[in-house]
Ligand binder design. Structure first.
Ligand SMILES: [Zn+2]
Ligand SMILES: [Zn+2]
Length: 104
């Protein structure tokens, strides 16, 4: 079951500013799942993108570059935790699944 991410603010893991949903076209490897919930950083020069399936990745020339991928699983096994806020300068990673203990 996918979570409803549209009302969750997700921050760029580099700039710690909100990311926006984007419909930018991205080539994916045949083995990858197309990230329909792709978000991009508000900093237009930033290459970071986030989706629940891919985690944080760089997108360079419309292709996902997974070299610096950051994909965290919550202890309950849900895929794609994200930084949702910064507390005292420390990014807080939360599970995106509503109702999960790790989403609070
Ligand atoms: Zn950024
Ligand atoms: Zn979870």
């Amino acid at each position: 079951m996918m979570s409803d991410l549209r009302d969750v603010e997700i921050l760029c893991d580099v700039h710690l500013v909100p990311m926006r949903l984007t419909s930018d076209y991205v080539h994916v490897q045949p083995t990858d799942i197309f990230p329909s919930d792709l978000r991009k950083c508000m900093d237009i020069s930033c290459t970071r993108r986030f989706s629940e399936l891919q985690g944080y990745v760089d997108v360079i020339e419309n292709r996902i570059d997974g070299v610096n991928r950051k994909l965290k699983y919550c202890p309950e096994g849900h895929r794609g935790m994200a930084i949702v806020r910064v507390v005292n300068g420390v990014p807080e990673w939360k599970c995106l699944h509503r109702g999960c203990e790790c989403s609070k």
